[in-house]
Design a binder for this molecule. Structure first.
Ligand code: ADP
Length: 843
């Protein structure tokens, strides 16, 4: 049957290749597409097109495995159905795909393929007439048409009989009835075959039946079979008339993948199997009573919903999550303190204090399993192994590990989920994490709690409080879930770079364990025990192929990295491994080609072609791979002019050395400060100048022309170079004083001394924080003497013995002592033995 008159479909059609359903003219089917060609078709044709014509596509059924059609186009079925895409819904879950709702128009045959990529475009020939449906049912095929007329009459009557057996009060059945009378008779086989239960194979037979007569012949037995099935069913169900309404669902044989047009009731039934499976899962999920009741309620709602409703997917996703959550699934703790100690020691070098505390924590857990203990919070610079200790803890306990990155989280729904009323609502990270690990007692590492943000969307810290509080977290309620989930079995560990920015309420619930940076020697050990073997393994190398001597490691640490942790060091070692891997691989390639060309055995070629093993990284090789050194020892070079002093600063990234520079010019006594300073720093500068002016006479400080007031006729500029980090905090007070004293006296500060300490107007030196990190930074930079506040003396005990041995510590109670320690041969006017009686009183 070829088209003559009526509406024409375009002669060139993009083809949708499906393997899951057969679209017949007059029916509407939902297709889920995710193969590359089909995705392109949707993206480039359906979503870009603006005309009605652009929504018409050809659906080719029964294509073999369209998911793997990236390369070769499979053999296409010759007949397809042109259809209008009436709805396109995109989703990224569980993988990117589109769901298309397509209403079939008419058959076509493929004449020739025009292109295969990005989607299939074909020249087609329209096979069915496409009239505007104005022809009354009585017209079209009539009794006068002989056998065809008879057939169509029979078919019509059978359809009426089927309808007679159904409950007319169901809207879809009523609709079916209306359709039956209003559609032209020749469309009936297609429409009915797509409505009753038929297998894909049967539908394909109807599709392939080009002559109307054949089509009726093919569809009629299916219709009769449905009627017989119903009769049988009604007989058996007489006892239970309630089921009458759902009688359509009892269709025998075959899958029924597509959604049928107008038969909404059928939509519901179609999911019958699906929802039954879901229901079974709900019963099997072993969830608490409250959650179970919510699930049953949602399940009930789901059953009533047609699948095309957007809410269907929402409810379905919700239920899927509910049954997946580990309500009562947990791993068994296997805690053996001895083994834990060995494991922690094997995984991590140094960090003794931290390891000891972690073992204590684990031991208490062993004795009292329901420990509502504090949350451990590891605080320290990046790359010192906080995350990796967390991972080891999970391993020693035999628990699952999950890391939740909190850096930059500023919306509380990130933690607690979105309410389900939002489109695209999701559970929060905690519930998501539980779903990922699949057990309810994992170790959760809350990474970077100090970087939580705050915004109009609520305070995530408040939500975290609820998560971490042992009194509350047994009934943590995620907004999305809307039922309580017991988090009390989860072991939370937090990490942060600094405690300063952790919200106080949160900090209050945590036990802070400081993880300071490493000394040079520790880094060398860590590199050789852990980092190098790890990196070798990750790059597929062996110690027989690459050797990094200790000297070279020292060199990398001092000249290519300046950090408290070992992350850059690890990266640099990675870079070396990559460079060596290239050499080794090249060697292999040479070997292979040689082996092919040479007559000798391949093994001999092997030995000859490879560079001598192991490849040893010496200083020259290091420079070749990593480039010229990034950090040179600059301390002594910088301290060659009066007006420069070396301070020690603490940042969340660890300790740092900080040069303070000062210069003076003729002027009116103004002070200029530059170098990204905070308010406290500016105040320290003013304090320092005031103290120096007040004591100018004692220390013989003068202005530019030798006058007794250093500020008279002089402008002063103080600068804090090195890095674009904001510097704030009072600990630079002594450095500023020393720097200015050097400027006003014209004397050089000792080139190997660094200092830290807060000052008062009366010249006292007050204690400061971060001593360990600061001293380690000084040690890294090659400083020999460190000037500290007297009351920080106790902090020195935490330092590794070798660092203590390398450095000369001068503890000071007042500025007089600072000045005498900072300058070679003391400072004129200072009395290093002199102590102020008021020192110990107030501070
Ligand atoms: P953080 O979480 O503190 O930023 P990570 O735990 O990610 O740091 O550590 C960075 C890398 O350094 C990891 O590969 C880790 O194994 C390694 N590392 C850090 N400290 C040690 C240590 N003491 N012993 C062995 N490896 C370490």
């Amino acid at each position: 049957m070829s088209s003559s008159g009526g509406i024409q479909i375009p002669s060139r059609l993009p083809l949708l290749l499906t393997h899951e359903g057969v679209l017949l003219p007059g029916s509407t089917v939902r297709f889920s597409v995710d193969s590359p060609r089909n995705m392109h078709l949707v993206k480039h044709r359906l979503l870009k097109g603006t005309s009605l014509k652009s929504t018409i596509i050809g659906v080719i059924p029964n294509t073999k495995d369209p998911e793997h059609d990236t390369d070769d186009l499979p053999t296409l079925h010759k007949i397809g159905t042109a259809g209008i895409a009436v709805q396109v819904v995109g989703s990224n879950w569980p993988k990117p795909h589109y769901t298309l709702l397509i209403t079939g128009l008419c058959r076509f045959s493929v004449s020739s393929l025009l292109k295969e990529r990005p989607f299939v475009l074909a020249e087609v020939e329209q096979l069915d007439k496409l009239e505007q449906y104005t022809t009354p049912a009585t017209e079209g095929v009539t009794a006068e048409d002989g056998e065809l007329g008879e057939l169509s009459q029979k078919f019509y009557q059978a359809a009426v009989q089927l309808l007679g057996m159904l409950d007319m009060s169901v809207p879809v059945v009523a609709k079916f009835r209306r359709l039956l009378d209003s559609l032209p008779r020749e469309t009936l086989p297609d429409v009915v075959a797509s409505m009753i239960r038929t297998s894909n194979k049967e539908k394909l037979q109807v599709l392939d039946a080009l002559s109307l007569e054949e089509r009726f012949k093919k569809a009629l037995p299916m219709l009769t079979r449905q009627i017989e099935g119903l009769k049988l069913l009604q007989k058996t169900r007489k006892m239970n008339p309630d089921n009458e309404k759902r009688v359509l669902s009892v269709r025998k044989g075959g899958v029924f993948p597509g959604r049928q047009f107008n038969l909404d009731e059928e939509d519901e039934d179609d999911d019958g199997d699906d929802t039954v499976a879901l229901e079974r899962k709900v019963h099997g999920a072993n969830m608490p009573e409250a959650a179970f009741r919510v699930c049953l309620k949602e399940l009930k709602r789901l059953k009533k919903m047609p699948q095309s409703m957007p809410e269907y997917a929402l409810t379905r996703n919700y239920l899927d999550l509910m049954v997946e959550l580990p309500w009562s699934k947990s791993t068994k703790d296997c805690l053996d303190i001895q083994a834990a100690r060995t494991l922690l020691d094997n995984d991590h070098y140094a960090m003794d204090k931290l390891k000891r505390r972690v073992l204590e924590y684990l031991a208490v857990r062993q004795l009292k399993s329901s420990l509502k203990g504090p949350i451990l919070c590891f605080v320290g610079p990046p790359g010192v192994g906080k995350t990796s200790v967390g991972r080891s803890i999970a391993r020693t306990l035999g628990r699952e590990f999950h890391r939740i990155a909190l850096g930059g989280v500023c919306d509380q729904s990130d933690i607690r989920g979105h309410r389900r009323t939002y489109v695209g609502s999701m559970p929060g990270r905690i519930i998501n994490g539980l779903k990922t690990v699949g057990v309810n007692n994992p170790v959760f590492l809350l990474d970077e709690v100090d970087k939580l943000g705050k915004s109009l969307q609520g305070d995530p810290a408040a939500a975290l409080l609820e998560v971490l509080d042992p009194e509350q977290n047994h009934s943590f309620t995620d907004h999305y879930l809307n039922v309580a989930f017991d988090l009390s079995q989860v072991l939370f560990i937090a990490t942060a770079n600094t405690t300063a920015t952790i919200p106080p309420a949160l900090l209050d619930r945590m036990e802070v364990l400081q993880v300071p940076g490493y000394t040079q020697e520790e880094k060398v050990e860590i590199a050789h025990r852990h980092l190098i073997p790890n990196q070798l393994e990750q790059h597929g190398l062996t110690p027989q192929q690459l050797h990094i001597p200790q000297d070279t490691t020292q060199d990398i640490i001092t000249r290519y990295t300046r950090e408290a942790g070992v992350r850059s060091l690890e990266r640099k070692i990675g870079a070396i491994c990559r460079a060596v891997a290239v050499k080794v691989a090249e060697g292999h390639r040479v070997t292979k080609t040689e082996a092919l060309t040479s007559e000798g055995p391949a093994q001999q070629g092997d030995k000859a072609a490879l560079p001598e093993m192991p490849i040893v990284i010496d200083h020259i090789a290091l420079k070749d791979i990593l480039g010229p050194p990034i950090f040179e020892m600059e301390v002594s070079e910088r301290l060659t002019l009066p007006g420069v002093a070396l301070g020690l600063a603490w940042t969340p990234l660890g300790g740092e050395i900080m040069f303070v520079e000062a210069s003076r010019t003729e002027g009116e006594g103004q002070l200029t400060l530059t170098g990204q300073l905070g308010d406290v720093m500016k105040e320290s500068a003013h304090l320092a100048i005031s103290w120096l002016r007040a004591n100018a006479k004692t220390y013989q400080l003068t202005n530019m022309v030798g006058g007794p007031d250093p500020l008279e006729g002089t402008d002063i500029h103080l600068h804090f170079p090195a890095g674009a980090v904001t510097k704030d905090g009072p600990s630079a007070g002594v450095t500023i004083v020393t720097c200015l004293a050097s400027l006003f006296s014209g004397r050089l500060v000792r080139s190997d001394v660094a200092m830290t300490g807060e000052i008062t107007l009366r010249g006292l030196v007050l204690p400061v924080g971060g001593i360990k990190d600061k001293v380690l930074a000084a040690h890294r930079a090659g400083v020999k003497r460190v000037i500290l506040p007297k009351r920080n003396e106790k902090d020195l005990e935490e330092l590794p013995a070798n660092v203590r041995a390398d450095l000369d510590f001068v503890t000071t109670g007042n500025l007089d002592e600072v000045l005498s320690a900072a300058f070679d041969g003391g400072f004129p006017g200072t009395t290093s033995t002199h102590t102020h009686p008021q020192l110990t009183s107030k501070l």
